[in-house]
Design a protein around this ligand. Sequence first.
Ligand code: HEC
Length: 99
Amino acid sequence: MRIVTCLVLSLLLFPAAERAHAGDLSEVLAQCAACHGVDGIAKSADVPHLAGQQELYLFNQIKAFRSGARTHKEMRYMSRQLSEAEMREIARHYAAMPR
Ligand code: HEC
């Protein structure tokens, strides 16, 4: 019972870190999909496709948005919630998708 309470508390306090441990990215990916498409193919002309892109490139871009080195309002906001492990996982996820 105490363990469960701890888990719930840590989920509330460290959502990004805990998600990375649990390996559950579906919640985050659903947010990305709103713009980049469920299949990594964006519907809107001003949003880049992510499917089949180089894994390292994707990782570096998300990191750059997070640090502010690459500026974009929405992507800054989206990447702020991600842990390093999640960024790696997301990059792998989109890189593995067929274009
Ligand atoms: C509100 C819409 C929106 C959401 C939500 C969104 N993105 Fe983006 N994303 C964009 C736009 C627009 C760009 C292009 C930015 C630019 O012009 O520099 C972009 C760029 C990117 C790039 C760089 C692609 C490239 O070819 O350089 C990556 C990687 C990326 N997004 C990943 C994500 C991930 C991962 C999520 C979810 C955590 C996400 N995006 C959520 C709109 C969005």
